[in-house]
Design a protein around this ligand. Structure first.
Ligand SMILES: [Cu+2]
Length: 124
């Protein structure tokens, strides 16, 4: 009886492990699949990417701080539409409506944009 249970468990484990590798179909790109544009900032005053993409229309943005410094996020030319601010590991969320085109994301705290807190946003 003990042997039967052992065989059952090991067979189940085999089936489980053989399924595990082949069924995950993660996209090879790091583009979000849920339509949310995620921008990560850190204490080196940089964004996680130099270029982001989003679908035209109302774009949901998550601004994630992997660090402690105060940062904000604006779209150049649309500063009145949205300002996201983060500090101490916070995540700030907001949305902005954009037509297809090329935009610039940046942090407007003195010196930060020059340090690297500037990225392209391609809206298509
Ligand atoms: Cu900043």
């Amino acid at each position: 009886m003990k042997l039967q249970i052992f065989l059952l468990v090991s067979t189940a484990a085999l089936i489980f492990s053989s399924c595990g590798g082949g069924t995950t179909t993660q996209p090879s790109t790091s583009e979000p699949t849920d339509g949310v544009l995620r921008v990560v900032a850190d204490d080196t005053q940089d964004f996680d990417k130099d270029r982001y993409t989003a679908a035209a229309g109302v774009i949901e943005i998550e601004y994630i701080l992997d660090g402690f410094q105060l940062h904000n996020l604006l779209v150049e030319g649309y500063e009145d539409e949205m300002v996201l601010e983060v500090e101490n590991g916070e995540t700030s969320t907001g949305s902005i409506s954009l037509e297809p085109g090329r935009y610039i994301l940046y942090c407007d705290i003195a010196g930060h944009r020059e340090s690297g807190m500037e990225a392209q946003l391609l809206v298509e």
